[in-house]
Design a protein around this ligand. Structure first.
Ligand SMILES: [Zn+2]
Ligand SMILES: [Zn+2]
Length: 163
């Protein structure tokens, strides 16, 4: 007997209303079949879970699902659907927390470290000082525009949620 949701073959006794245990659990936990995200983009369901490009189900961590259900390592999956290697395929709250964490702690720390390397040493010329200042100003501007873009995209997320 085929599970009507995931099309995998099961013993008749293992199916409930045509669904396998895995699919039954998925729907019981409030999962839905979502519209497939466009290749190259990540889609989230109403719980903030990441939508699978193959079956439309959404998971907290897509990697475990693609491996179990589609025999794809997350690396292969990303390649197949035009996603960058560093694209987050974990639920939105989780990736957002990690992203915020990176911004609040790691990024300024990173900048301090970078800054330390470019900081002037005795004997450096004024020319060098000008360059360093310009670089720091550029980094500050880049940081600001990044943050603005992030605020905008986050606002967009909320707008979407309300729809
Ligand atoms: Zn199933
Ligand atoms: Zn899937």
């Amino acid at each position: 007997m085929i599970c009507t949701s995931c099309n995998r073959d099961f013993d008749r006794k293992q199916l409930v209303d045509g669904l396998c245990q895995t699919c039954l659990k998925y729907f019981n936990e409030g999962g839905e079949i979502n519209p497939l995200p466009e290749p190259g983009t990540i889609g989230y369901d109403n719980r903030g879970y990441v939508v699978c490009h193959i079956c439309g189900k959404a998971y907290k961590k897509l990697g475990a699902h693609t491996y179990q259900m589609h025999d794809l390592l997350i690396k292969e999956y990303k390649e197949l659907f035009g996603l960058c290697n560093n694209t987050k395929t974990t639920e939105r709250t989780y990736s957002q927390t990690m992203r915020n964490y990176a911004y609040q702690y790691n990024m300024p720390e990173q900048l301090r470290i970078t800054g330390a390397n470019t900081r002037l040493k005795p004997g450096d010329t004024h020319l060098r000082l000008g360059k360093t200042l310009r670089l720091q100003e550029k980094m500050r501007l880049a940081r600001m525009s990044r943050q603005n873009a992030q605020i905008r995209s986050r606002k967009g997320d909320f707008d979407n949620d309300e729809r």
